[in-house]
Design a protein around this ligand. Sequence first.
Ligand code: HEM
Length: 154
Amino acid sequence: MSESGPSVYEWAGGAEAFERLTKVFYAKVVADELLAPLFRRMKPEHPHDVAVMLGEVFGGPADYTERFGGYRRLVGRHKNRDIQPEQRARWVELMLSSADEVGFPDEAEFRSAFVAYLEFGSRRAMANSKPGAKPGNRDSLKLWGWGEARPGAE
Ligand code: HEM
């Protein structure tokens, strides 16, 4: 990433922060009437896998790409799930309330970067989940930085 200073990953609190986030998030997901049907066969390691992937996206170690199968695996996991718009919206909503619950930083700059990726990723996941979708043929995850709102910049 070309941006200087701490990454969004570091600002969030590193790997441990993303682990806390996904643990709380998936507990909400399985109790949610709109989302539970999609995650009925979710494996116990799923929250960890998503924590690793999100960490990489925000500037942490590239473990999801190097050890887990990266972008192709991500696309494969969403394939044919036929995610509906109201499920996507709920997914983002629960991520945001989980971020509050686990004490993610609440600076405007951090939340702006975080929510921007959730919108991007969830819309891509929904599009790639449609039967017959033709996802991009890439090897790498799309990485996410601070965008327009970098801490300390006016
Ligand atoms: C920023 C948005 C998203 C990210 C970063 C994300 C991330 C991931 C990752 C990393 C996996 C695969 C984990 C593995 O390697 O095994 C996965 C699987 C999955 N995702 Fe997403 N996802 C996003 C959005 C969504 C949305 C909006 C939905 C549905 C509302 C969704 C539903 C699923 C389902 C059903 C699976 C498969 C779970 C299983 O294996 O049982 N995802 N997601």
